[in-house]
Write a protein that binds this ligand. Structure first.
Ligand SMILES: Cc1ncc(COP(=O)(O)O)c(C=O)c1O
Length: 462
């Protein structure tokens, strides 16, 4: 508020500020007017001084499922520790190879399409408001042909979204609280946390570091990071991420064929997260729908975040094939559509213009270049840890390197690395008990930072 009230005038569009009153309304809708801020009533927020704050409580009880969650979500917790480290060492040159956020600029061919759409919004012809909740037809068609060309996935099976994480939670709303679920252990934390929030689980059990009622499918170097399905209990939902975050492991065609058969035998639904599919170097499936029969048992969620630097732009998609049915024969896609229409009003039109540009021939080439850059970073990190004698996994098919510190606590290793090198990594145990003893090193970073980080790793562990 203080920022606003310090300004004396502001340029605002005459059609954009109904909540600021009064405005000098101008009948020309595209004309921009300069309105003295004095004539605009802006409410001033005055914070209550600490001493006047009361211990008043509402009568609303806290959502018991949310209260089951342990501490914070992993990545905010890492950010908190990074901030505390900076308080301790204000001059430290901290390098973040932790959270897995992209660092390189979005290719111009993509940003120029977004800029064009954005400028169009300032004109009568180019303006658009709410779009189709499921996404723009052209983008759905381009996604279908680019990623699922010969796989029988059609445009109307694809739901464009504001990102894979958001879709994971919306899928949980579709499933409700009466389903059981399985996850790879370790795995991306959003699956477990959204399941807890939905009430699908029991309490967190500190002795085993697991929530009751979740089937943790252990993925270790010993089983090639693919669970031994003969020991996995039946669940309704199976979250499966390949290439995997955090281990970097990618499932082979044979393994995914086993997984689809396992789901079919049990009448389960697989939620397949392919957010890193374009990072695949080996000849493994990029999509679960490459496996015959998968359309009857699987949903796939994907994202532009790590392909085009869209972590801030926000754009993803989820495929729910019309062949996928609940036990009463009702199509899952129709319920997903209902949730999308109720909980989400469609992805930003500007992001969707960017998504469409990503899928043009120039855009695809530009994305490959961005991915190639991060894959080179990955190689540098893998070589560094190999040269230091560590057992290193991942890296080949994903932008993550999974480094083994046998017998040590991941959080201790995380703290040691941060304290001694000012490098932020991610402790493996943050991804589930199966991640204990590992550190995830992300390859998202500027080249000079990755090289400097590797120099510091060598100093520490040589
Ligand atoms: C496996 C996995 N799925 C989904 C996401 C979230 O993607 P989005 O940015 O599209 O929400 C991430 C982000 O790190 C991820 O690692």
């Amino acid at each position: 508020m203080s920022l606003m009230s310090n300004l004396s005038t502001s340029m605002i569009s005459s059609s954009s500020s109904s909540f600021l009153a009064p405005t000098n309304f101008n009948s020309s809708r595209t004309q921009r007017v300069s309105v003295p801020l004095k004539s605009i009533k802006i409410c001033k927020c005055v914070a209550t001084p600490q001493e006047q704050q009361t211990a008043y409580k509402t009568n609303v009880s806290r959502n018991a499922n949310i209260s089951k969650l342990q501490a914070g979500y992993l990545f905010p917790e890492i950010a908190r520790r990074r901030a505390a480290h900076l308080l301790k060492y204000p001059n430290a040159q901290v390098i973040s190879l932790g959270i897995g956020d992209t660092t390189e600029p979005i290719p111009e061919v993509i940003t120029s399409a977004m800029a064009k759409r954005s400028h169009g919004l300032a004109t009568l012809e180019g303006y658009s408001g709410y779009g189709a909740e499921q996404g723009e037809k052209a983008l759905r068609a381009a996604l279908a042909s680019t990623f699922y060309g010969d796989l029988g996935i059609e445009e109307d099976d694809i739901f464009v979204s504001d990102g894979a994480k958001c879709d994971i939670s919306r899928l949980q709303v579709v499933f409700g609280s009466n389903v059981t679920m399985a996850v790879q252990d370790p795995s991306y934390p959003a699956y477990v946390d959204s399941s807890v929030i939905m009430g699908q689980t029991g309490q967190f059990q500190k002795d085993v570091e697991k929530y009751a009622n979740i089937e943790y499918m252990r993925c270790t170097p010993e089983n090639g990071f693919f669970p031994d399905l003969s020991t996995v209990a039946r669940t309704d939902i199976i979250f499966f991420c390949s290439p995997n975050n955090p281990t970097g492991a990618a499932a082979t065609r044979e393994q995914l064929t086993q997984l689809v058969k396992f789901a079919k035998d049990n009448g389960s639904i697989i939620v397949y997260d392919s957010a890193y599919a374009m990072y695949m170097s080996d000849d493994n499936p990029r999509s679960i729908f490459e496996i015959p029969g998968a359309k009857e048992v699987a949903i796939e969620t994907a994202s532009f975040s790590k392909y085009a630097g869209f972590t801030g732009v926000r754009l993803g998609w989820t495929v729910v094939p019309k062949q996928l049915l609940f036990s009463d024969g009702f199509p899952v896609a129709r319920d997903f559509n209902r949730i999308v229409c109720t909980c989400f009003n469609g992805a930003s039109n500007i992001s969707q213009a960017g998504g469409l540009a990503c899928l043009s021939p120039e855009g695809l080439e530009a994305m490959q270049e961005v991915i190639g850059f991060y894959k080179e970073n990955t190689k540098i990190i893998v070589e560094t840890f190999n040269s230091l004698g560590f057992k290193v996994y991942g890296g080949q098919n994903a932008p993550y390197v999974w480094v083994h510190f046998p017998g040590r606590s991941s959080w201790d290793v995380f703290s040691e690395i941060l304290e001694k090198t000012h490098i932020v990594t991610t402790p493996g145990s943050g991804f589930g008990p199966g991640g204990e003893g590992f550190i995830r090193v992300s390859a998202f970073g500027h080249r000079e930072n990755v090289l400097e980080a590797c120099r510091r790793f060598k100093q520490l562990y040589n």
